[in-house]
Design a protein around this ligand. Sequence first.
Ligand code: PLP
Length: 458
Amino acid sequence: MKFKTIIEPFRIKSVEPITMSTQAQRENFLKKAHYNPFLLKAEEVIIDLLTDSGTGAMSSNQWAAMMQGDESYAGARSWGKFESTIIDLTGMPYILPTHQGRAAERILYSHIGGKGKTFISNTHFDTTRANIEYSGAKAIDIPVIEASESISDYPFKGNMDTKKLEEIIAASKKENIAAVILTVTNNSGGGQAVSMQNAKKVSSICKKHKILFVLDCCRIAENSYFINKNEKEYSTKSYKEIAQEMFSLADAAIMSAKKDALVNMGGFLTLRKKSLADECTQLLIITEGFTTYGGLSGRDMEAIAVGLKEVFEPDYLNYRITSTKYLGEKIMEKGISIKYPVGGHAVYIDAQKLYPHIPVHQYPGQALVCELYRIGGIRSVEIGSVMFGKYDKKGKLIPSSQELVRLAIPRRVYTQSHIDYVIEVFDEIVKNKENVKGIKIVKEPQFLRHFTSHFLPV
Ligand SMILES: *Cc1c(COP(=O)(O)O)cnc(C)c1O
């Protein structure tokens, strides 16, 4: 007998209370936070879908492993477990431990980037783009055309447009292309999967032109699930084998362990070439720490080593992907446009379609983010012109190509009833949609402005 209900494949051993609030209280909290949910106190939030990054629950096995942490400065036992787990998974010999993903990005991209250099990606994640641009280099996104078709059910909308990749390479000086970065799954592009076929094609183009091929791999287990389900020749391969094959195509990988390594903090850079590894190791020692711990304590490395195994368990991945899909499809049933098919870690809502009366320079995504919090105490994030908008020389907004709101699902944290509550909040969102007003920015920094900007309703 196969049952329809997929249950959470874990029991709860330790609980954390949620502070409930009224709509009137939340309106006050929102005002104090300058209409930017990043500035809310976590205890003012009922369901926190701001990010799936570092917000997951560790297993009892991970907590037990933490007690085994060896905090020796050099050559700790925990480093050995961490290093061998990652070598086994990635097949790359040089492992640089960092405190999170962006520290690995800073090390690699500041080293190979700089003025005059170009990076090409299916879609650069926000910290990736910021690290590249901060070095003086340029970041170009070339997602496949299907990525912007919200109705098609093409399963690999995270793919890179390889024809465009060849065109860009043909039109550039090869030595100016610092790297090609394939983000799996494609976070900013909607949490969409990248096919093995696409990764193979990107890899062969990079090999032909001797360009460094980097995997931004923080959701590689979720991506492997989609490959297993949607690319026929991989249906009999295990999720881990699929990940191993994808790593075998790349020259380097950057991982934020706060995603698919199932921990709250950590990351790493892996490299295949010794000379590049030596150069990056210099930067690691200067800015993170000694080679056998970098930005991590021994106990962190223990938890990552266990997490990288647990994340490939079929029951976990099946629950993870089907529960995200459940939320997305229920929201869609209410007539709301979402990125479809639903990606692995989040549901992306098309805020421009929900609020057609709000122009892009009044940030429809930010308006929905505020509305979700005001009505239901749900914290989400805008992935649109607040995050990716730029200004031209006259100070006019060059908007992002899409105005999305992301509901990211922390790993192993919320149960079905939490998710059903979120779905119910969307009934109110739909009922109230004509009354929602746009948002203006009143204060902003130069980089990563969504984190700290202040807003006001117009
Ligand atoms: C989270 C993330 C990063 C950055 O990692 P941090 O651990 O947050 O610094 C880089 N790339 C992608 C695709 C991510 O999702």
